[in-house]
Design a protein around this ligand. Structure first.
Ligand SMILES: *[C@@H]1O[C@H](CO)[C@@H](O)[C@H](O)[C@H]1NC(C)=O
Length: 134
């Protein structure tokens, strides 16, 4: 009986986790679509960036800025939201505090130009940890 309760509990938990990641993915896909519509970023340039080749392309920078705002890495005024970034990074490195800290120190760098700030952060995160946020 105990085992059965445990099994049910486990299933429910797994189901909830799956729904959450599905929701997140769906949300990310929506953001992505809206940003592409807004910036008209070249699909090829975007593919390259996903693979780690961040081209110096104004539309790519617009697109990355658009995404950072939607996922809450920067506010409308362009200020870095370090708590949000940290949370996201920590998830991406599966809770590794040490790596999260290093990534924050290396990549969450304030820049007067919000576009460059976003672009550099994404590029840095990709290069250092192979985390793709695009
Ligand atoms: C990087 O992407 C740009 C733009 O798509 C492309 O012209 C360039 O050849 C790529 N560089 C590498 C090393 O793949």
């Amino acid at each position: 009986m105990k085992l059965l309760i445990f099994a049910v509990f486990l299933l429910v938990t797994l189901f909830q986790v799956k729904c959450q990641t599905d929701k997140q993915k769906e949300l990310l896909a929506q953001h992505y679509k809206q940003c592409v519509e807004q910036t008209h970023v070249d699909q090829n340039v975007l593919q390259q960036a996903r693979a780690g080749n961040f081209t110096d392309d104004p539309k790519l920078k617009d697109h990355i800025l658009c995404i950072t705002k939607k996922i809450g890495f920067q506010d409308e005024a362009g200020h870095l939201q370090k708590e949000v970034i940290q949370k996201k990074l920590k998830e991406a490195v599966k809770g590794n505090e040490d790596q999260t800290k290093k990534l924050m120190e290396a990549c969450a760098i304030t820049n007067q130009d919000p576009k460059l700030q976003a672009f550099n952060a994404f590029k840095c995160i990709h290069h250092k940890a192979k985390i793709n946020l695009l």
